[in-house]
Design a protein around this ligand. Structure first.
Ligand SMILES: CC(C)(COP(=O)(O)OP(=O)(O)OC[C@H]1O[C@@H](n2cnc3c(N)ncnc32)[C@H](O)[C@@H]1OP(=O)(O)O)[C@@H](O)C(=O)NCCC(=O)NCCS
Length: 385
């Protein structure tokens, strides 16, 4: 194909993909100064003007000419706003790469551009499959891929190569008959405040207090699976893992925070939300930082989490019909938290809760039905309190 004459212009109501021009060199160079660009892509660092000139005036035209790669400039709001490219791999498989300028982010521009390019790949280029890859932790990119219908995500350890360094990579794909729409739930993690506590998403700022809480003797006793000693790295892994729960549809995990200082007081989760047999059930789990115990923080947090879990899906909740909760039999504080929130003891599983010393405690099972919640009718009718 001849560049730029044969480059197809693809457009929806807001975003246009078109051939790059020399006028894009300046804005493309600027975009590549962004630390996020350097962190998540393979562009040279430091990124010089000559890199932008070479990419736009040599590499991109050559890719169109020999059919190895098709790169479009993204135009949004009348300006160059980034680049999306499709590399033609063998066997009808293409690979998509993309970046958007910082000023244009968060407006759905990238999702629209990806959909336009993927549609073109299937309808005009005859590709069967398009693959997306991103370094693990690039949540913005993962979200774009999810919104554009990429699926069957896997993590491949050390699959990526960035400036000579191996990095773990997420890989997902979409095939020509797939709908370019999200597959599976990506649970929002709303900020919920009430009863003297705030539930909010966990973040890297919580790592120190997560580490302190999980090194505490009582936490370690009842959560025997935790690493010991529990390092700052463990805390960061925990936090990222809980963010991934939401993206995978598995669960919603909040930091319980002090409403005044926003400091982490504990962790509460509603999880196992993808139950194969019954996807209307969820489990509630929690731990508190030692300095937050004994003042009703966890009872308050469970109250908020339960309410969110029973709120219908259409109203932004988790749409649960039934919640379960487990506490080791000697863990009276945990059983108390369950019972003040209306959970009903349903049984005792014998020798089911492992201790660190190799012994086992009995495990009390609790459950709570949405119909038993005092605000059940209000939740259904979406009447604010
Ligand atoms: C990743 C990138 C392309 C996203 O561009 P964008 O224009 O913001 O994309 P969109 O607006 O279409 O969608 C982004 C979505 O991700 C969400 N998002 C962004 N950062 C996020 C984060 N750290 N965690 C969770 N979600 C995040 C946005 O809220 C938005 O979701 P929403 O539409 O539901 O609100 C852009 O940040 C970028 O260019 N980054 C640097 C280069 C890069 O990483 N390229 C991809 C390499 S694989």
């Amino acid at each position: 194909m001849r560049f730029p004459d044969d480059v197809p212009v693809l457009t929806d109501s807001l975003v246009t993909l078109r051939a790059h021009t020399t006028a894009d060199i300046g804005p493309a160079y600027e975009t590549c100064q962004d630390p996020e660009m350097q962190r998540w892509t393979t562009i040279p660092v430091p990124y010089l003007q000559e890199h932008a000139v070479g990419y736009l005036t040599e590499q991109i035209p050559a890719g169109w000419a020999d059919g190895s790669s098709y790169a479009w400039a993204i135009e949004y709001d009348g300006r160059y706003a980034g680049t999306v490219d499709l590399r033609d791999r063998e066997g009808g498989v293409g690979e998509i790469g993309f970046a958007v300028s910082p000023w244009a982010r968060g407006n759905g521009v990238m999702t629209r551009a990806v959909k336009l390019a993927v549609r073109h790949a299937f309808d005009q280029l005859g590709l069967q499959r398009v693959i997306w890859r991103a370094y693990v932790g690039n949540w913005g990119s993962r979200r774009v891929a999810w919104k554009a219908g990429f699926r069957s995500l896997v993590t491949l350890p050390q699959e990526g190569l960035q400036r000579g360094v191996r990095r773990d990579e997420w890989v997902a794909s979409v095939t020509r008959d797939d709908e370019l729409e999200p597959q599976g739930r990506w649970w929002p993690i709303p900020v919920v405040e009430g009863n003297g506590v705030r539930l909010r998403p966990l973040g890297p700022q919580d790592a120190e207090r997560v580490m302190a809480a999980c090194n505490d003797e009582r936490t370690a006793t009842w959560l025997a699976g935790l690493p010991s000693p529990y390092t700052l790295e463990d805390a960061h892994t925990f936090i990222e893992g809980r963010i991934a729960w939401a993206a995978d549809g598995d669960g919603v995990s909040w930091a319980i925070a002090d409403p005044e200082t926003d400091e982490l007081l504990g962790n509460i989760s509603a999880f196992d939300l993808r139950g194969r047999i019954d996807p209307t059930v969820g489990e509630i789990g929690y731990w508190a930082h030692p300095d937050a115990r004994g003042r009703g923080v966890m009872s308050a947090a469970v109250g908020l989490a339960v309410r969110h879990a029973f709120t219908p899906l259409d109203d932004g909740g988790l749409g649960r019909r039934r919640l379960v909760l487990y506490a080791a039999a000697p863990n009276a504080a945990s059983a108390h938290v369950a019972e003040v929130n209306g959970f009903v003891r349903t049984g005792l599983q014998r020798a089911a809760s492992p201790r660190r010393d190799g012994s086992y405690d009995d495990l009390i099972s609790f459950d709570l039905l949405a119909t038993e919640h005092p605000d059940y009718r209000k939740l259904l009718e979406n009447v604010a309190e």
